[in-house]
Design a protein around this ligand. Sequence first.
Ligand code: MSP
Length: 651
Amino acid sequence: MSKPTFYITTPIYYPSNKLHIGHSYTTVAADAMSRYKRLRGYDVMFLTGTDEHGQKIERRAAEEGVTPQAFVDNIVDWIKDLWKTMDISYDKFIRTTDEDHKVTVQKIFKALYDKGDIYKSEYEGMYCTPCETFFTEHQLVDGKCPDCGRPVEKVKEESYFFKLSKYQDRLIKHIEDHPEFIQPQTRQNEMLNNFLRPGLEDLCVSRTSFKWGIPVEFDTNHVVYVWLDALSNYISALGYGSDNQELYNKFWPADVHLVGKEIIRFHTIIWPAILMALDLPLPKQVFGHGWLVIDGGKMSKSKGNVVDPSVLVNRYGSDAIRYFLLREIAFGQDGNFTNEALISRINSDLANDLGNLTSRTVAMIEKYFEGGVLPEVHEGNEFDADVQQIITEQIAKMEANMEKLFFNNALEDIWVIIRRFNKYIDETMPWVLAKDEANKAKLAGVLYTLAEGLRIVSIMIEPFMPRTPELIWEQIGLTRGELTAWDTIHTWGTMPNTVHAKKGTNMFPRIDKEKELAELEAAMKATQAAAAPQEEKPAKPKKEEITIDDFGKVELKVGEVIECEHVLKADKLLVSKIKIGDEVRQIVSGIAKYYTPEEFVGRKVVVVTNLKPVKLRGILSEGMVLCASDDEGNLVAVGPLGEMVDGAEVK
Ligand code: MSP
């Protein structure tokens, strides 16, 4: 018989080399669920990836002087490394720049257009001419451009629209008929009352004002705008619309889309409407989790308070961080992140509860029994029935909580067992039993109960803490196999009587809180400071080798700066008039931090003269002044080393 399937997704992340602990939260949660389902015998598809198109990326790449593709490639490698560090076991990593994704999006666009659900009209928005960017009224700051602070104007741009409004009634009905569709429940009312019932407007799904996107196949001035591109990843990743729809047929509809609360709306209104328009089944559930906040506010790089997950993983290991994220915060609600809470959790739950149970059990078996091996003959005691009953009850609760994605409750269910077992040690007092040879079978029974309990616990924690179980197994003589399979936790006494114990390394050493807090704070400050400029400047990818013919395409000439001034409200830019032989070019350069206009006038520089003119902050720039810059942020303009007339060719 084929296995049941389970398809879970995270949102696809915007490429940023500064994904923080909040981003890791969604991915860790999806990973725990995927691992749990795999352990329960499901054929799992766990999808994550990156959302790589848009004007912002196009701009940042231009600022870096690299192509948007090179820019995102570099960051995606970094993100994949981060997920490796966090032990994220995704089955597929989709990038919206993947060729097959692009083709699928184009097919979806065309199908919706042919059906009449996408139509051409005009997008009306607030436009900042210098920044060449559209904003919604909502994005404006005091009615002005949020980027440069200058006035904006109402303008129209030709766009394609998706008939979202057409699906309003069907969406309302679907949500009302399927109470499990939007979780947690409170989000359901929010969607119905705040968005659906007041009425939906059609959605702009194409743009002509930037190029970095998937071109509309039959109207290539347009690129597909944001959500249609991004949301389609959930089916394009399965090969929907391609020659091989095997995965799509196997896994769609998704069991759960895990998303942060700010994007629930897109996933429970726009995405289902697109699927309805395509006559495809809707995902079974969209679960909107809360945010990880710092001092009650959102983590953000501008506030300089983002927590770098790598710093934490390096200090405490990924299992501890994963445990903390899923245990401390009620999934669905916001939760405060503090270093103090993290260290307290590690000390109390991991070092004290789990660490002590393991080390005490193993140490006592080693101490009281020859070679650390329990004898075949065991005798029970009056506390056994209670611990076994608690195990049965807690397993049932834990499994039920996992189905609801209540990770923090599921972990608490496991910790009830761990704490009960620590109490069992105090109740049975093995050190007293060990004093009398006549109690050997009773002592063996107590230590077996502890080892068997530990085995069950070690299996139950695996979805959350994939590394720790093996460390426990090594200490109670197990390796991954039949005795560590999930189903065995339902049968008490699965482990053979002759447990072999062997002390291992301390899994979770107790942390000196005061000392650690100071060190951790310093480590975080250092990465925050280091990361700030990096956000703007990811490591530059090496450029491809070129031929002399390629180089010959670039026209370089000596020019003399004859006029220069600051660009209004653009701190970084100078605009220069540069004489190149018998012509004068206007060129905008990002050098205002390095030269005053007075310093720059009179210099001989090297100019790229056959570069396509562009507008920077609304000012025409007809070429580029060559500059050398290093990683420390120093920059100098490049010029001829000796006397040379302007207009002379550089080659
Ligand atoms: N690209 C879109 C999603 C498109 S899905 C078709 C996006 N990307 S994102 O990188 O901004 O966010 C990815 C996920 O990280 C979102 O679910 C978001 O809620 C989550 N988080 C970002 N900061 C967070 C916290 N501080 N806390 C918890 N989750 C947070 O949105």
